[in-house]
Design a protein around this ligand. Structure first.
Ligand code: PLP
Length: 395
């Protein structure tokens, strides 16, 4: 007998992974150039060359040190470099003991949810949301409460939000730039959110934490500004990742930042470390603690994402797809051309377009298109999108 919950998690179909695997099989049948796989958020640009050089240099110069355990919360030198970088960028006064280095944003989030959860606690997420939140929150023993999407803009529906805050609300998760909508929340939106959280924290007599999930912080278009949430709301925990900014998703490096403005900050930090310990996450990869901290002021060449977006959005709109303009990340979340997004995704497969149904993101009637692909593939996929639209009498 095994844990039924874990068994279910391990065997349940992940629609995204299934599409990805299907794409690989299909490529063998019809040729890779004829499969248009928009399923997975795997960065399509290489990590910076300077980063690879750092990795090689460190391996050559310090081989006996680099494969060792570090402090459980991460190497002090690495935390100092993350600290200095944020202080330069945001004119803040963080210290290394506020950083807990993790294996990517996924474990940063798990540490935060586990650290904060007491019996009967709830975390609010805004649809459309990253589907793994449900798994992480449930694993921490809390309940995920979903605020339905505001489908005209994918900003926050505050009426729906206020209806869902209760004395059980322990935290609210924000992901901006957003996966899957690509939307960046405006300063007004976030200030309004902060105001409500402050008021409700006062009313319920306990802090409501904001968990800012920020793997796409650096991927923004035009003049878009991503607000630094700890400046707007004192009880913010930041979950960062280098997976997308440095194109390193497989190296698993990120951190939790617990600013000293957070109520009971030292307990919260200690609980984050305790959660890391209890989940077996201690010691993110040593080599990449060094590499990312030495390269944390650079990014991969992220410009291709904006370029892809500028091609796709007008072309899809012209064909009749309804698309909310994204300001960042590398996803579009258009309306599916029939209400049943699963059926629509199946139909798209007939054109070798691999599109993820929106239901898993809490927004049925939509689909996610990950455009972190070669620009050439976007151009070649457009006739397929047109043919798909024609099936529905558009295009
Ligand atoms: N949060 C969001 C919104 C994501 O899109 C992802 C990955 O795609 C993660 C968290 C997890 O990122 P990481 O690779 O750093 O674990």
């Amino acid at each position: 007998m095994v844990s039924q919950r874990m068994l279910k998690l391990g065997t349940a179909r992940s629609v995204i992974r299934e599409l990805f695997e299907y794409g690989k099989q299909r490529a063998v049948q019809v040729g890779a150039e004829n499969v248009f796989d928009f399923s997975l958020g795997n960065p399509s640009v290489p990590a910076p060359e300077a980063l690879n050089e750092q990795a090689i240099r460190i391996l050559q110069e310090q081989p006996e040190l680099i494969h060792c355990y570090t402090s459980a919360q991460g190497d002090l030198g690495a935390r100092q470099r993350f600290t200095d970088s944020l202080n330069r960028r945001f004119h803040s006064h963080y210290t290394p003991d506020q950083f807990y280095i993790t294996t990517g944003a996924a474990s940063a989030l798990c540490c935060c949810f586990s650290a904060l959860t007491c019996p009967e606690d709830e975390f609010i997420v805004f649809a459309p949301y990253f589907p793994e939140y449900g798994v992480f929150i449930q694993s921490a023993g809390a309940t995920m409460v979903v605020v339905p999407p505001e489908i005209e803009t994918f900003q926050i529906d505050f009426t729906a939000f206020q209806e869902r805050i209760t004395p059980h609300t322990k935290g609210v998760v924000i992901n901006s730039p957003n996966n899957p909508s690509g939307v960046v929340y405006s300063k007004d939106t976030l200030e309004h959110l902060a105001c409500i959280l402050r008021e409700k924290s006062r009313e319920y007599g306990h802090p409501i934490y904001l968990i800012s999930d920020e793997p796409y912080r650096e991927i923004v278009f035009g003049e878009t500004n991503v607000e630094w949430l700890p400046d707007l709301y004192e009880n913010t925990l930041v979950c960062y990742s280098f997976s997308k900014s440095l194109s390193l998703p497989g190296e698993r490096l990120g951190y939790v930042l617990v600013p000293d403005t957070v109520e009971d900050a030292s307990d919260v930090y200690a609980a984050v470390a305790g959660a890391g310990r209890s989940l077996g996450y201690v010691n993110a990869p040593s080599l990449f603690q060094q590499v990312t901290s030495l390269c944390c002021d650079m990014t991969a060449d992220l410009s291709v994402y904006e370029e892809n977006c500028k091609i796709l959005v007008p072309a899809l709109r012209e064909m009749g797809y309804h698309v909310v303009e994204p300001n960042g990340a590398f996803y579009l979340f258009p309306r599916s051309l029939e209400p049943d997004d699963m059926a629509f995704s199946q139909k798209a497969k007939e054109f070798d377009l691999l599109l993820v149904p929106g239901s898993g993101f809490g927004a049925p009637g939509h689909f996610r298109l990950a455009y972190c692909v070669q620009t050439d593939m976007i151009h070649r996929a457009l006739p397929r999108f047109k043919a798909l639209a024609k099936v529905y009498g558009l295009g």
